[in-house]
Design a protein around this ligand. Structure first.
Ligand SMILES: [Zn+2]
Length: 275
């Protein structure tokens, strides 16, 4: 077989190739090579931490007000997909199915065309998630986000979110993968009340989904709804890392401990070098 693509396999020892997997996709067959490589990336601390909120109208929003709009790949290709699907259906012959005879060659051709269009949309979505996750990891030392897989979390807001964008879980997987690869901290925090609580004074300020601005009657703090939520997520992320010890000390950039978690005494026995 001839090798196509951007990766050169020649400079790997044959022993490093642990597994070869043949995968069938709508546009052909692929060979996946699982190669054992020691990847250690030494990254300089960026001095940045980020809390991200998954949105309904946007893909993610962060604690300083940056918003990444939803790419809506599916919606953009919806017409084409529907057209391809209709063409496929028109060529389907029910009587052949009853007689257990194969469909016409044109039917299978239309079916493959339809499948390829779906494949294209799913690849676009995946590429988008990978690019975004990579850039978030590259520009931050710690990334906090909502753990939307928490059981019993059937609040309207979150349910709507998980339904509205399946891309979120793909994004999260890549975020955690890149975080691991580049030695960054990724923290999933419980999503309770992140949008309700005031990120300035901690008081609960009830608001409906349509309320886009957080206005705190207790401390007069005013902020965009999503930014307020992202700040809460970041704060939760920082306290989680400081408290549970599920991450080794070294995983947390020490400046983050020194700067943001001064009140957590158990971390105080290590020195926090300044940047
Ligand atoms: Zn407040």
């Amino acid at each position: 077989m001839k090798l196509k693509g951007t990766y050169d396999l020649n400079h790997y020892d044959i022993k490093q190739i642990k597994r070869v997997r043949l995968v069938r996709r709508a546009d052909g067959y692929y060979a996946q090579f699982a190669i054992s490589v020691d990847q250690t990336f030494v990254t300089q601390p960026t001095g940045q931490v980020i809390g991200i909120d998954l949105g309904l109208k946007y893909f993610i929003a962060d604690n300083i007000g940056n918003v990444e709009p939803s790419p809506q790949f599916y919606r953009k290709s919806e017409k084409q997909l529907n057209r391809a699907n209709r063409k496929k259906s028109k060529k389907y012959d029910l009587s052949k199915n009853i007689d257990k005879k194969p469909q016409s060659a044109n039917y299978y051709k239309a079916r493959r065309r339809y499948a390829r269009k779906h494949l294209r949309v799913s690849r676009q979505r995946k590429e988008y998630c990978i690019r975004l996750a990579y850039s978030v990891i590259q520009s931050n030392d710690l990334v906090a986000y909502e753990d939307l897989n928490v059981k019993g979390m059937v609040k309207n807001r979150h349910l709507a979110k998980s339904i509205s964008d399946a891309g979120w879980s793909t994004f999260r997987q890549w975020l955690e993968y890149f975080g691991h690869k580049y030695g960054k901290v990724t923290v999933a925090v419980p999503p309770h009340n992140t949008s309700q609580n005031c990120s300035n004074c901690g008081q609960k300020v009830k608001k409906s989904l349509s309320t886009r601005t957080h206005v705190c009657p207790h401390c007069d703090f005013v902020e965009d709804r999503d930014v307020n939520a992202s700040i809460n997520i970041l704060k939760l992320g920082l306290t989680t890392v400081g408290h549970t010890g599920s991450y080794a000390w070294g995983d947390l950039p020490s400046w983050a401990v020194g700067a943001s978690l001064p009140s957590y005494g158990e971390s105080g026995n290590q020195e926090s070098p300044s940047l």
